[in-house]
Design a protein around this ligand. Structure first.
Ligand code: GDP
Length: 361
């Protein structure tokens, strides 16, 4: 079952894993995100990368190109969806609920500082919500005497360093491994990790010169489907989380959502959790921002309209009655033949759950 095969032997369709970036302030979360978003191609837009709502989608072709992956190496997922804004309200709501919309997290640690207060908080949150993670041991270029090897795989970059730098690197890795152990996690450099299903992978990176970024991307699209094939199997049942409620001058109140599984269609009946109870409405527009290079076309507006959006994607929904929608709640879709009363009851349950948790906090 772990090989991406269903019981009858046919290949499963997997969706893109959803990844969020956590860590202490100044560890390099924003910089790392910028680095992931751009391609090696100077100037031009990163091939195929699209800015989503609150998220960035990297198609697997882009990752192959950036990591010079051989064509015969299979990748089972179509891409990677990276959540842009770790500080979202919905994240604290979700923290309260003890669940998360992310399949996997990248915890950024500054190699020159080791684990810090917010790193430890992030680790607690991940442990509590049972979300697997990778440690990006960032700022390797800050090690004294580091010779920059732009965008190189980390093992190659390390081979280029003096004995002193390698020794310093080893020492710092050992420190972080010890600190992680104190937080209850076994961890190892990913290329020395013999138990990738149990032991946390550490990827040394530089968000400035790009060393180790290929390793991080490959680990995300290869290791994640390896350890959670069930979770990543595409199903038609919609799973969608509200990130944010926005006023838009063209579309009125909209909700930014992450579609985790299934597909949304224009016109779909939805039940939204609001402070005033469940609101049943219909999707008027399904929107995503235009890719950067298309943004300049005159007269088309900022958003691209879709008839259907398939998971995993970030998507903006325009509909009536969204004013009091609650961040961090599930969006429930009522397809033909589904029971509307049951969907509304599920929304009531969802609302009371989130309200009681907010009050407890
Ligand atoms: P955040 O608070 O975790 O989002 O951290 P930022 O991404 O804003 O980074 C904090 C500071 O560290 C900024 O000045 C970045 O330019 C710098 N920084 C981030 N990553 C690296 C890195 O890999 N190498 C170096 N030398 N500086 C970095």
């Amino acid at each position: 079952q772990d090989e991406g095969q269903s019981s009858n032997g046919t290949d499963r369709e997997l969706r893109a894993p959803i990844c969020c970036i956590l860590g202490h302030v100044d560890a390099g979360k924003t910089k790392l995100l910028d680095c992931i978003r751009r391609s090696n191609v100077l100037g031009g837009e990163a091939g195929g990368i699209t800015q989503q709502i609150g998220a960035t989608y990297l198609p697997v072709e882009n990752i192959r190109e950036r990591t010079s992956l051989k064509a015969e190496v299979a990748i089972k997922v179509p891409g990677l969806l990276v959540i842009d804004t770790p500080g979202h309200q919905s994240f604290s709501n979700m923290r309260l609920r003890g669940s998360s919309l992310s399949d996997v997290a990248v915890v950024v640690v500054d190699i020159t500082r080791g684990l810090e207060r917010q790193t430890i908080e992030s680790l607690e949150l991940l442990k509590h919500s049972n979300v697997r993670f990778i440690v990006a041991l960032n700022k390797v270029d800050r090690l004294y005497g580091w010779k920059t090897c732009p965008n190189a795989p980390i093992v190659k970059a390390l081979k280029n360093q003096s004995d002193d730098v390698q020794r310093d690197f080893r020492w710092r890795v050992t420190e972080v491994v010890t600190q992680l152990m104190e937080s209850g996690f076994n961890a190892a450099l990913y290329y020395e990790n013999k138990k990738i299903k149990q032991v946390v992978n550490i990827v040394p990176t530089s968000a400035v010169s790009g060393e180790g970024i290929p390793d991080l991307l490959l680990l995300l699209v290869r290791w994640v489907p390896e350890i959670m094939v069930e979770r990543l199997t595409y199903v038609s049942t919609v799973e969608c989380t509200v990130l944010e409620v926005n006023e838009d001058k063209d579309f009125g109140t909209t909700i930014d959502t992450v579609l985790i599984n299934g597909a949304l269609q224009k016109g779909d009946q939805i039940v939204v959790c609001t402070k005033q109870g469940p609101v049943t409405t219909n999707i008027r527009y399904l929107l995503t921002p235009y890719p950067m290079k298309e943004l300049k076309v005159k007269g088309q507006g900022v958003y691209k309209h879709h008839e259907e959006v398939k998971a995993a994607q970030g998507v903006k929904i325009s509909a009536r009655g969204l004013q009091h929608a609650m961040a961090g709640t599930a969006l429930i879709v009522v397809k033909a033949g589904d029971d509307l009363e049951r969907a509304e009851a599920a929304a009531v349950h969802e609302i009371s759950k989130i309200i009681s948790l907010i009050n407890d906090d």
